[in-house]
Design a protein around this ligand. Structure first.
Ligand code: PBG
Length: 327
């Protein structure tokens, strides 16, 4: 710009019509970039609406299959499965079982929709009676024992046919442990999407209702990250990449767009961001009160996450946004 920018420069020229705006638009959304989180429960014909996440339900495998078919026909990039077992215990036994709820759901989906990408969340908190993400020793989660549980869970998911495993527990060394276990079990080509920078966030509140995974004592701050820290996120991501992560994730997304941008600028691996339950439910609640236009807020929030540098977005809006993009 020269010393007299106006009236030479008038940025409004390029906003004069929708066709002009489309031409210069920098960020595009596409259904392929969305991953829909799903909550799978035991039983047949079960559909338990999650009150804090309108439009989302816990579903038994039959319902999950219907939802997956909808995702597939809308061109949604994939689904990520969270299992809610009938029986929880101190050792997260169900989470590691070869015939656990997630492996059975994966088998069913891959049999019916082989082309739909199925990601599995690898964590223990949905399977432990205490709701923490691993083995409790002296009132805290014991890192190294938990690694074995995670590795077993990942192998169970791999044997069932998962396309990607995504550890969300925030134990140190979990990517290396899972990579070693997968390789030793004959899955050297199965990618790991690591929840590399996952914060101890209040925005997970609705999810914990959905996954029945609220910690029964304490909180997750001894393993998930302090929301105040950005450099630490870069260190967490770097460690996961060194340990063999194929893709990295920042979570939550909206309140942490600075971290998404820093990760994008620093690394070339595919980058995911998770628009978590609280981000979704805030838009829903405001829309239900007539305070916000849901359609526009949905697309704006997703566009902002892409603009910050995320390649993929895990979002409860995956199907709605895909429908919106289809016109
Ligand atoms: C499990 C896990 C959580 C979420 C994804 N995986 C909850 C937590 O860490 O407490 C949150 C997702 C959401 O809020 O949508 N460790």
């Amino acid at each position: 710009m020269g010393s007299m920018p106006f009236p030479i420069h008038r940025p409004r020229r390029l906003r004069s019509s929708e066709s002009m705006r489309r031409l210069v638009r920098e960020t595009a959304l596409a259904p392929d970039d969305f991953i829909l989180p799903l909550f799978v429960v035991e039983g047949e014909g079960v559909n338990n609406p999650i009150s804090s996440m309108p439009g989302n339900s816990q579903m038994s495998i039959d319902g999950i299959l219907e939802k997956c078919a909808e995702c597939h026909s809308l061109g949604v990039g994939g689904v990520i499965l969270f299992g809610i077992p009938d029986h929880k215990d101190e050792e997260a036994t169900e989470g590691r079982a070869a015939d656990g709820i997630v492996p059975r759901a994966v088998r069913a989906i891959k049999a019916e929709l082989p082309a739909l990408t199925v990601v599995t969340d690898v964590c223990n908190c949905e399977y432990t009676s205490h709701g923490h993400c691993g083995k409790i020793v002296n009132g805290d989660v014991d890192n190294d024992t938990t690694l074995n549980w995670l590795a077993e869970a990942a192998v169970a998911h791999a044997r069932a046919g998962a396309d990607i495993v995504a550890p969300s527990d925030m134990m140190d060394g979990r990517v290396a442990a899972i990579r070693a276990a997968l390789d030793a079990s004959g899955f050297p080509n199965l990618p790991i999407l690591s929840y590399a920078a996952k914060y101890a966030s209040s925005f997970y509140g609705p999810f914990r209702e959905a996954a029945e995974s609220t910690p029964q004592f304490g909180d997750r701050r001894s393993y998930q990250m302090d929301p105040a820290n950005a450099r630490e996120a870069l260190r967490e991501i770097a460690l996961d990449i060194e340990e063999g992560a194929d893709m990295i994730m920042v979570k939550p997304a909206g309140p942490y767009l600075d971290i998404v941008r820093m990760a994008r600028d620093r690394w070339d691996l595919p980058l995911a961001a998770y628009q978590v339950s609280g981000e979704f439910s805030m838009i829903k609640a405001a829309a239900q009160n007539g305070w916000i236009d849901e359609h526009r807020a949905m697309l704006e929030s997703l566009t902002a996450i892409r603009r910050a540098g995320a390649d993929m977005i895990l979002t409860y809006y995956a199907c709605d946004a895909a429908r919106a993009l289809a016109g």
